[in-house]
Design a binder for this molecule. Structure first.
Ligand code: PLP
Length: 386
């Protein structure tokens, strides 16, 4: 049975071109870039190229790129590193719908004397910028707000938010792990200070990411013990990962408009057909301000996990809430923050597409969904039997 992979917000397939660039770096060019000999030293050039490729995708200077082990490390470094560099302010602002990498890092700050404000969202998953404005004060040291939500795909007006925050002299970090490569971003025209991205969300390898640090932004080193990354992130570089991430960024930049238009067309076809053919289903999240690849749909009277298991039998991979939350029976914190009723939040499914998905895969899933929902409802104790 062929796998139909609609779980690209959890992780993506490594692009063939990326793999080809990485291959020689394991058994042939395996040196340490810090070595004095040519064999290791030549890898410095490859890292430089990857830095340029990543910088080009997000519109910054290569010197503003720090390679990390992924989105989680970038988020933690941005939050903890910027606080360590500003000692006398104690308030941090974030939102209720952040990825756990940000939420847990912020909640931990409360144990260290910080006040953490989590901004609410409305039922479409949108922020109230007036609330942000009201909460910003002289004690605020950092605002961290994601660019696009991993569960619903809702996109926040990040440049506008960055302008509001930095205009008050406050450092602004955005977790753009889900946005980079799916929607345009130009840091040269934005006032974002710190930004996280992750290789495995854009057809690069796992275990590698970027923290963008705007020139002049104060950031204490999170990892110490080596001079790598200009002393800002110690540890021998993950050369294959970094080179793969660079290539993935180059491919994403080439394909940004055309690729994502195709993805959006397929996503819309899938979404419209499911909403039409499955009664008591509804879309979660702001329909107009969303990533082109994501749809999050709630089905009343059924458990999301049961839908996932049935889809899995047909080789279709999707997700209920975020992959990082799976294994827990708690309904998604994002949908709860949006006020999605408990029963609908429990029956929510996220389909997240990529440029590798096809029309046939969408048609196949459109055909399978209605009988799955019908069958599960027949088994459900909550549905009145006729
Ligand atoms: N931030 C967001 C919005 C994510 O979706 C994820 C992964 O799902 C992360 C951070 C963590 O990234 P990584 O898996 O590279 O640590």
């Amino acid at each position: 049975m062929k796998t139909v992979y609609f779980d690209n917000n959890a992780t993506t397939k490594v692009a063939e071109e990326v793999l080809e660039e990485m291959k020689p770096l394991f058994c042939d060019l395996y040196g340490n870039p810090s070595s004095m000999h040519t064999f290791g030293g030549q890898l410095g050039r490859k890292i430089r190229r990857a830095r340029e490729q990543a910088a080009r995708l997000i519109g910054c200077d290569p010197t503003e790129i720090i390679f990390t082990s992924g989105g989680t490390e970038s988020d933690n470094t941005a939050i903890k590193g910027s606080l360590a560099a500003a000692l006398n302010k104690r308030k941090v602002i974030t939102t209720r719908v952040e990825h756990p990498a940000v939420l847990a890092a912020c909640r931990d700050l409360e144990n260290h004397g910080y006040t953490v404000i989590e901004l609410a969202v409305d039922k479409e998953g949108r922020l109230d910028l007036a609330e942000l404005e009201e909460k910003l004060d002289d004690d605020t040291v950092l605002v961290t707000i994601m660019h696009a939500n991993n569960e619903t795909g809702v996109v926040f007006p990040i440049d506008k938010i960055a302008e509001m925050v930095t205009g008050r002299g406050v450092v602004f970090h955005t977790d753009a792990v889900q946005a980079v490569g799916k929607i345009p971003l130009n840091l040269a025209k934005s006032s974002i200070d710190l930004l996280s991205l992750s290789g495995h969300k854009l057809h690069g390898p796992k275990g590698v990411g970027v923290l963008y640090v705007r020139k002049g932004t104060r950031l204490a080193s999170f990892m110490v013990g080596g001079h790598q990354e200009a002393g800002r992130r110690a540890g021998t570089e993950n050369v294959p990962g970094i080179v793969g991430l660079g290539k993935a960024c180059e491919l994403a930049a080439q394909d940004l408009e055309q690729g994502n238009n195709k993805v959006k067309r397929l996503r819309d076809k899938l979404e419209n057909a499911i909403l039409k053919s499955c009664p008591d289903s509804r879309l979660n999240g702001d329909k107009d301000n969303r990533l082109p690849n994501t749809t999050n749909i709630s089905f009343e009277y059924v458990e999301g996990e049961a839908i996932l298991l049935m889809l899995d039998k047909f080789g279709i991979c999707a997700s209920s809430g975020s992959a990082c939350a799976s294994g827990s029976l708690e309904p998604s914190h994002v949908l709860r923050a949006m006020g999605v009723p408990f029963t609908a939040a429990h029956g929510s499914i996220r389909f997240s597409l990529s440029r590798y998905n096809t029309e046939q895969e969408v048609d196949y899933t459109i055909e399978k969904m209605p009988p799955i929902i019908k069958k599960l409802r027949e088994l459900s104790p909550f549905v009145a039997k006729s």
